[in-house]
Ligand binder design. Structure first.
Ligand SMILES: Cc1ncc(COP(=O)(O)O)c(C=O)c1O
Length: 380
């Protein structure tokens, strides 16, 4: 993991420069939700294009609270919500606010690529604990062992990108006990909370009583509404933590585009059924990709959330490492993917490939045909 161009950018550029189908970077090619586009148009024309309040429009902060009340049973106050320029800025503001130079931050691998550079920018020291495939469980014993007197924060990502798995309540409760015992903050990246497919509920650390006052929940309207370019996100935390995060946010971006804040507030107010129907649009692609890959002889790991499936390369008959297979798949097979090893800062797993299903039926059919041919070439 370097601070050069990310694997997502590089794979997308490779796909653009050839005729490869891009199942690498997670962005949808399905039509945008028209209700949100219309809400943005209304906001641009009829509402304000001037600076919003630094912490975000009151209407959006209230809508975020209502949304979490309806979908996750959380009782939140708008004073606990800070609207940011995407989840990335919420992560940056939270880490810069809550990590002091020399603090250790426990990061769970595989991890999203922004975490380590942000921790290092704050002067913090990342310490790594790994999820264990194939179920990608978090070993609480290993987590406890990683805690030292310098540990300040545990950084979680549930639902997890790239694995598509979620931390169960029992694991979060165990983390809560450790956080209380060692006075730690839990920063939880929950951007995939709206894309859960098998009925298992997503649990936020904010829903765990021992973590309620010591957790920061980060999310993104880009993922909830599949509008990744909008870059509207938020951090939600108890008032004392929120205060510190807001103080950092004001000198990172200060505010986030007003019309899109209005549009996201309107979108969140569409209600639970609309949001469930929106997420269900991706269920078809997920089913098609899983079925197509399985029929083509690929072995997949179980996952219940996100826009991704994970191919187990060794179990699918591949002997090379994931990065090599990904390079060959894009150049010889015409399909972009992301090697899961790219989500590690150290000691990577090297036998898994992430493929994205938030695409039209035509895109996925073409991708599956190419992947099937590629696998036959490997074994031929
Ligand atoms: C785990 C995770 N966190 C954060 C982000 C970034 O979200 P945003 O685009 O809102 O900054 C992503 C985007 O893919 C992600 O997968």
């Amino acid at each position: 993991m370097t601070q050069g161009t990310t694997i997502f950018e590089r794979m997308s550029a490779l796909c653009r420069n050839s005729d490869a189908v891009n199942l690498g970077q997670g962005f949808p090619d399905l039509p945008d939700p028209p209700e949100l586009i219309e809400a943005a148009r209304r906001a641009l024309v009829d509402r304000s294009n001037q600076y919003p309040p630094m912490r975000g429009l009151a209407e959006l902060r209230a809508a975020v609270c209502t949304y979490y009340g309806q979908t996750q049973g959380l009782a939140l106050d708008p004073s606990e919500v800070i609207v940011t320029s995407g989840a990335t800025e919420a992560l940056a503001a939270s880490i810069l606010a809550l990590v002091e130079p020399g603090d250790e931050v426990i990061c769970v691998q595989p991890l999203y690529d922004a975490y380590v550079p942000l921790i290092e920018r704050a002067g913090g020291i990342p310490v790594f604990v790994d999820l264990k495939p194939p179920a990608w469980d978090l070993d609480i014993g290993a987590l406890a062992e990683a805690i030292t007197p310098r540990t300040a924060m545990i950084l979680l990502n549930t639902p997890n990108n790239p694995t598509g798995t979620m931390l169960p309540r029992a694991t979060l409760e165990a983390i809560g006990q450790l956080a209380e015992a060692y006075d730690l903050i839990v920063l939880c990246d929950e951007v995939w909370e709206g894309m859960v497919f098998d009925g298992t509920p997503h649990i936020s650390p904010l829903a765990i009583p021992s973590l309620r006052q010591r957790s920061v929940k980060v999310s993104s309207a880009g993922k909830i509404f599949s509008l990744t370019g909008w870059k509207i996100g938020w951090a939600v935390a108890a008032p004392e933590l929120a205060e510190r995060i807001a103080a950092r946010h004001q000198f990172l971006t200060f505010t986030t585009p007003t019309p899109l804040q209005w549009a996201v507030a309107d979108g969140l107010s569409l209600g639970r059924d609309w949001l469930a129907a929106h997420a269900a649009r991706y269920f078809l692609g997920r089913r098609a990709l899983i079925k197509g890959l399985t029929e083509a002889g690929y072995s997949l790991l179980p996952a219940s959330a996100t826009w991704f499936v994970t191919v187990d390369l060794a179990a699918s008959g591949f002997t090379q490492e994931d990065a090599v297979v990904a390079e060959r798949l894009v150049s010889e097979g015409g399909v972009g993917s992301i090697p899961v090893s790219a989500f590690y800062a150290q000691n990577p797993q090297t036998s898994y490939l992430r493929l994205c299903f938030c695409k039209t039926a035509e895109t996925l059919t073409e991708a599956v045909e190419r992947l099937a041919r590629f696998r036959v070439q490997q074994s031929g």
